[in-house]
Design a protein around this ligand. Structure first.
Ligand SMILES: [Zn+2]
Length: 482
């Protein structure tokens, strides 16, 4: 099968073609490593993972590159405010380097729990300072950038004919396209910082010498240009990000890359995941609704229950997260697991019939047609549920669904095996003794801040068919109603 993906740039679904003689290059904007990744982030990275898994299943060969922003992302995307990393370091009372590594590690380890395949290459902005500097110098030499003394080197957006095309700005709309705060000395409101100078008294931890000042650092939109051109070359086949990246970050990546190389396009296909709301509201600190995966687990849900919820909606639609919707997704996931565990155990032998082979093939094609049509995962899940109810033999259903799970990434083989074992164990587990014993051990591990061990024990408890419930009098184990 071949994948069709909606391209933000052309506003059409386009066929993804395997380039000749090299892997298909995918660049995904990674995290700014200054805080814990939240559910909105995870929705997006599960989409990226669905894309990667689909391409792999279809037989494309890939190179997936993802960056980690560990310098230069200011609190406003428009070059004003503090550097998020420096701010994070002050909050944590540690060095910027330690903050960045801490949240980067958290991001990839939590991604593992959500069964997200790690990128082939992870690049850090601080490891690309020289490449970024080289591009900045070239942009100034070619007349695309100008210096605002005491502030930094700015990109002159009037110098590129199609500036803002990705976001659909019209040239005459550039004034109101200015989502940016006023920076004194900018020629056009949409001009943006390529390279920044440290302000007097700022005392940044991360600075490098440049032709414009001894203590300076790259602007946020430059790193993705340097890394993607270095790792993948131009054009990048697919570049992913959130819809919030379209008007500023990705628009400015395009302007810099195309001005630097003198060639278009920088990227063939732009893919953007939509926002997630929580209870109909924007995620914000003041509403206290910036949830992490840990918040989901504390309430007795599993990472795969959350992943199932994400897959129930299309990535280009806004998703409204509620605890009720998560509960419904968890129930659907648990039901799927229980069915599979049962099918996996049933050694019902039957004649292989052409009719059933055809039927299985029909389901497979229906599933793949849905997924390859711009990653329609909710339609894919509907096909999975049809397979479960079908009159295929248990073993046939089991094999087919596990095969398709290479795309969904719901960890069905391992989870259904664990559940199957737990169900067999129930014969001997006539009380909650073992689960309670593991819970006590986990409580102790958490008290000792041995979170890896605590996580392991949680998995053991869940494998026994229990969930951990937090109550005012402490954690309890409860048999999961699957
Ligand atoms: Zn980026």
């Amino acid at each position: 099968m071949q994948l069709h993906l909606y391209n933000t740039a052309s506003k059409k679904k386009e066929l993804i073609v395997q380039p000749e003689g090299r892997p298909l290059g995918i660049y995904s904007c990674g995290i700014t490593a200054y805080d814990y990744a939240h559910l909105g982030n995870w929705r997006h990275y599960v989409m990226d993972d669905l894309l990667i898994r689909t391409l792999k299943y279809d037989g494309y060969t890939l190179k997936h590159v993802q960056n980690v922003t560990d310098v230069g992302h200011l609190t406003s995307d428009a070059d004003t405010g503090e550097d998020k990393l420096e701010k994070g370091a002050r909050r944590e009372g540690t060095s910027v380097y330690d903050v960045a590594r801490k949240f980067e590690r958290y991001f990839y380890e939590t991604g593992d729990k959500l069964n997200i395949i790690r990128p082939d290459v992870v690049t850090r902005a601080t490891e690309y300072i020289q490449q970024q500097l080289q591009i900045a110098v070239a942009l100034e030499e070619k007349g695309f950038a100008y210096l605002i003394p005491g502030d930094g080197l700015y990109f002159d957006t009037s110098k590129v004919a199609n500036y803002g095309a990705l976001a659909g700005f019209k040239p005459e709309g550039l004034q109101e396209g200015a989502r940016v705060e006023k920076v004194a000395g900018k020629r056009y409101p949409t001009d943006f910082a390529v390279w920044k100078l440290e302000k007097p008294g700022e005392n940044r931890q991360m600075v490098w010498p440049s032709p414009w000042g001894e203590r300076s650092f790259p602007g946020w939109h430059l790193e993705c240009v340097a890394m993607s051109l270095d790792q993948l070359g131009q054009p990048v086949d697919i570049h992913t990000g959130g819809v919030d990246h379209i008007p500023v970050h990705h628009t400015n990546e395009i302007a810099q890359a195309e001005a630097y190389t003198g060639r278009t396009p920088f990227v063939r296909v732009w893919v953007h995941g939509n926002f997630m709301r929580i209870d109909g509201q924007k995620m914000s600190k003041s509403l206290g609704n910036i949830y992490r995966l840990e918040d989901v687990l504390e309430r007795g849900f599993t990472p795969m229950g959350l992943r199932y919820l994400f897959l129930m909606s299309h990535y280009r639609h806004e998703l409204n997260f509620t605890w009720e919707s998560l509960a419904a997704a968890q129930t659907a996931y648990d039901r799927l697991l229980r069915s599979l565990a049962q099918d996996g155990r049933t050694r019902e032998s039957g004649m292989v019939t052409q009719e059933r082979l055809d039927k299985a093939q029909e389901y497979r094609e229906k599933f793949l047609a849905a997924i390859n049509d711009d990653l329609n995962s909710s339609a894919g899940l509907a096909v999975i549920n049809q397979i479960l109810k079908s009159n295929l033999l248990p073993q046939e259903r089991y094999d087919l669904i596990l095969d398709l799970d290479d795309i969904l990434g719901l960890d069905l083989r391992r989870q259904s095996t664990l559940l199957g074992r737990a169900e067999q164990l129930e014969v001997v587990l006539d009380d909650d003794g073992e689960a309670q014993r593991l819970l006590d051990e986990r409580t102790q591990a958490r008290a000792n801040k041995d979170f890896a061990r605590a996580d392991f024990l949680r998995e053991r408890i869940e494998a026994l068919g229990y969930q951990i419930i937090d109550t005012p009098t402490g954690a309890k184990v409860q048999k999961r109603r699957v």
